[in-house]
Design a protein around this ligand. Sequence first.
Ligand SMILES: Cc1cc2nc3c(=O)[nH]c(=O)nc-3n(C[C@H](O)[C@H](O)[C@H](O)COP(=O)(O)O)c2cc1C
Length: 275
Amino acid sequence: MSDQDNPEEPQDQSQGLIRRFLDTPPDNVGKTVTVALGLCLVASMVVSAAAVSLRPLQERNAALDKQVNIVEVAGLYEPGMDVATAFESFEPHVLELATGEFTDQFDAYEFDDRAAASDVTLSAPLDDDPAGIGRQADYVTVYVLRDDAGALDKVILPVYGYGLWSTLYGFIALEEDGNTIYGLQFYEHAETPGLGAEVDNPRWKALWRGKKLRDDEGDLEINVGKSVTAAGPEYHVDALSGATLTSRGVDNLVRFWMSEQGFEPFLERVREGEI
Ligand SMILES: Cc1cc2nc3c(=O)[nH]c(=O)nc-3n(C[C@H](O)[C@H](O)[C@H](O)COP(=O)(O)O)c2cc1C
């Protein structure tokens, strides 16, 4: 007799299999392995589904967190404010680092700095690499803030580099002279709480305000260290106590990004009043 003649037969067979499986003693090795594999399969499906469905939310939160940091480093943040609206005051531009010129080649709202830094067509390996970043992108997104009359107020520049345990990602805000620091703030790192993570301490961050990058001769003098250099206190930020290695990382990354290898071609244009 065919299946068509007796359509209930396959169902009977599977019910028989399930009944036999359930009747198997619990200490049977085959049953234990089957149950364990089944549980693993279900758990991995739940975790994968959660990871996939939460990704857009995570990306939105990461973008919002970056906006909070940009607004905050520029001194415009107030708790409870509508950050997305405040962020609209900033002009994002994709900057070609080597020339210091803005480019229209990419959409500044979509450009992904991190992806560019690992894209072989948009980045190059560094021979001289004090910030410990390996490769550097040719283009980065910078943010320009203007006053009501349209004059330059601040530029917000992305900076990153290796500390002790992790790469620290942040922003430095410079005043309209392109030489005076308004703020430095990191939005991502994995330094030790209470030691290297004190880079987030508002008291330490406040030490950066008003410090100068270059002296009157144009030499890059900003430094983080245990003692004031010959250049003077206006170029010096005290290292974090108990976190000399993270502090050295911050010193290296700030000096790297403010140098000719980083934003100096752009900062020269800022100082000339071209932005
Ligand atoms: C568990 C542990 C975590 C540490 N985390 C950091 C850190 O995040 N940043 C840092 O600079 N030093 C950290 N240190 C301390 C460094 O090993 C080193 O002692 C310190 O940077 C020296 O700073 P000081 O000269 O100011 O004492 C850590 C040490 C230990 C044992």
